[in-house]
Design a protein around this ligand. Structure first.
Ligand code: PXP
Length: 249
């Protein structure tokens, strides 16, 4: 039986930096958002240092490492440069994500099955340095098995397709995707992997995902930062937290 423990909420602050960088100045400050998020009950802070530095900067990561009380989940592509940065900071968790320069956001999961050898060598030093390594993948059995074989402790299941189908009103496709996520969360948990999920989650889509008993963490960013414009960041986070807790009981 899966662990019914508390579902952690990781708040992704990337898009505070997106707004800051739209003007090239110092505000809004992602570190201030991170401090506010942790005070509002975030269990962790997630930040993606992209190769093109389009939102989070190297200085943001320095600042987060210095000020956070809650764990930092450092998202990065599997490149030598990012590996060096992660090894310098030794964050609590490193989440390996695919990155394409032209994409607007992380569009799909990592194809671990195709790059198994390279990724096994890539993550080994990160694990030795003490970071928990998570792999962001689609809910596919062969990707989960490959993530397990390379020695990842955590997988994060990509919820983007489920959320997109919901937004498009494609309810049959959405429900099929939810079945896939449900089955694959169970499968990964059965292998001994810790299972997280995220991407595109909103107040409308979070409950069925939060209800999956195998999940230990959700990472949510863009919607919360957008909603903060209307409700304020602490309320936006607390409202999400409540929906997650309600779905769990
Ligand atoms: N999880 C991972 C691995 C991601 O790459 C992202 C987006 O950076 C998220 C969660 C959060 O997605 P969103 O900003 O759509 O909530």
């Amino acid at each position: 039986m899966a662990d019914q423990g508390k579902l952690r909420l990781g708040v992704n602050i990337d898009h505070v930096a997106t707004v800051r960088n739209a003007r090239g100045g110092a505000y809004p400050d992602p570190l201030r958002a991170a401090a506010m998020a942790q005070d509002a009950g975030a269990d962790g802070i997630t930040a993606h240092l992209r190769e093109d530095r389009r939102h989070i900067s190297d200085a943001d990561i320095d600042g987060l490492m210095a000020m956070l009380r809650v764990p930092l989940n450092f998202e990065m592509a599997a490149t030598p440069e990012m590996q060096q940065i992660a090894l310098r900071h030794k964050p609590h968790a490193v989440c390996i994500v695919p990155e394409k320069r032209e994409e607007r956001t992380t569009e799909g999961g990592l194809d671990v099955a195709r790059e198994e050898n390279r990724l096994a060598h890539f993550i080994a030093p990160l694990r030795e340095a003490g970071s928990r390594v998570s792999i962001f993948i689609a809910a596919e059995q062969r990707q989960i098995e490959a993530a397990h074989r390379i020695g990842a402790e955590v997988i994060e299941l990509h919820t983007g397709a489920y959320c997109d189908h919901h937004a498009d009103g494609a309810l049959a496709a959405r429900d099929a995707e939810l079945v896939r996520l449900t089955e694959m969360a169970r499968f990964a948990h059965g292998l001994g992997l810790e299972v997280h999920a995220g991407h595109g989650l909103t107040y409308d889509t979070v409950a069925p995902i939060a209800a999956l008993p195998e999940l230990r963490e959700l990472n949510i960013g863009h919607f919360l930062i957008g909603e903060a414009i209307f409700r304020g960041l602490p309320t936006a986070i607390q409202d999400m937290r409540r929906l997650m807790d309600d779905a769990r009981t």
